[in-house]
Write a protein that binds this ligand. Structure first.
Ligand code: AFP
Length: 361
């Protein structure tokens, strides 16, 4: 298809910047470098087993989460670091794959932003040639970091998701896509492999409100809390249950791919807090996964929650903090939040809310 009439990522970012005449262009330049990192990772992922022996786990390599790091996780992390350390727009980076945040090398100037990322989300899918992605979040850096009066600390990244300046992901699927928000809605770009450019193909993405699709790893059912069990049971009951309609289920085990499906056709994703491992209040990471996906969902008219509160309102307490996460179509997420706040149906201590009560909806 000819490019005429289509916007490239560069044009989209410039048009967005024009709404802020005082903007320096630093955020745009940063996002273009992030997109270049994603293109480089896309090339490697697309070569599959030909690229390296990338899919083979490296003996003994564990990240700070205690998960096996594969060569491709490490390579993608390195690409993100190298593509972004030199440009003068960042005061530091933090990655799911690194124990400590990465300061900007002395050789380069410091900038006004912080970049957080999971360079290869869903990497267990690499072995089986199923979609994976990169996901990132941009925060403002404290002024003392930018002017060089002090060194980077982990605490600099502990900002609520609502303060994100931009967030997005790249999806390495049958085609490579970049989906991005700079705080004015969500736009999706498809990589044109001939031009090597991200081209705007999905402007103004909105999460469809009506859904009959949910995504959860049901092998964890015995560890779920009652509100989650109630929600899933009601979906499974289908047309004959309280929801009065049949639901379909999906599970890709790559959150970026699930988020993309939900942005395109609606649905709800749950990786809730559970009782599987008391040391881990959820599976996903607040700063590298929940916050950027939460920002995108809210910007697309959807909703993202811990189950108890909007995820973007959570003040992080640690760089690698895990959290329960529910996101997708706004009314479904609101329903799941409501189930967390109201007494369980049939609770004998709460007769007004018992299943047959007039006070239940
Ligand atoms: P990896 O990046 O370590 O493969 O983890 C992927 C992920 O964080 C997220 O993308 C999936 O939704 C979730 O884990 C899948 O977890 P289960 O293996 O428990 O289904």
């Amino acid at each position: 298809m000819p490019l005429t009439g289509r916007w490239t990522l560069t044009r989209y970012l410039i048009e967005e910047r024009r709404r802020y005449p005082q903007a320096s262009g630093a955020l745009n330049a940063l996002l273009l470098d992030v997109s270049l990192a994603c293109k480089a990772i896309a090339r490697i992922v697309a070569r599959g087993a030909l690229a390296t022996n990338a899919a083979a786990p490296q003996a003994g390599a564990l990240n700070v989460q205690g998960e096996v790091q594969k060569p491709l996780d490490l390579l993608s992390n390195d690409i993100f670091l190298r593509m972004n350390e030199w440009n003068g727009h960042l005061a530091g980076m933090a990655s799911e794959e690194m124990d400590e945040p990465r300061p900007i090398p002395e050789a380069y100037p410091r900038g006004r932003y912080l970049l957080l990322f999971d360079p290869l989300d869903g990497s267990s899918n690499i072995d089986v040639n199923v979609s994976v992605g990169s996901i990132f979040s941009v925060l403002r850096a404290p002024a003392e970091l930018t002017d060089g009066s002090r060194e980077l600390r982990g605490a600099d990244f502990l900002q609520a998701g609502a303060t994100q300046v931009a967030a997005g992901y790249a999806l390495y699927g049958p085609s490579t896509m970049l989906v991005l928000s700079v705080g004015n809605g969500v736009a999706g770009f498809t990589l044109d492999p001939e031009l090597g450019e991200f081209v705007l193909t999905h402007p103004a993405i909105q999460v469809p409100e009506e859904t009959q699709e949910f995504a959860i790893n049901t092998s964890n059912a015995r560890f779920w809390e009652p509100p989650v069990k109630r929600y899933v049971d009601e979906c499974l009951a289908g047309r004959t249950g309280p929801r009065g309609k049949d639901f379909n289920m999906r599970w890709i085990a790559s959150m970026v791919a699930e988020a993309h499906r939900i942005l395109m056709r609606g649905g709800v994703f749950l990786y809730p807090r559970d009782t599987k491992d008391p040391a881990k209040p959820g599976r996903l990471r607040l700063l590298y996964e929940a916050n950027p996906v939460g920002f995108l969902m809210e910007q697309a008219g959807g909703r993202a929650s811990t189950g108890r509160q909007p995820v973007l309102g959570v003040l992080p307490s640690a760089l690698h903090q895990r959290i329960g996460l529910v996101f997708g179509s706004a009314s479904e997420v609101a329903r799941i939040e409501r189930y967390h706040h109201e007494p369980p149906p049939g609770d004998s201590d709460a007769p007004l809310f018992a299943p047959r009560s007039l006070f239940r909806d």
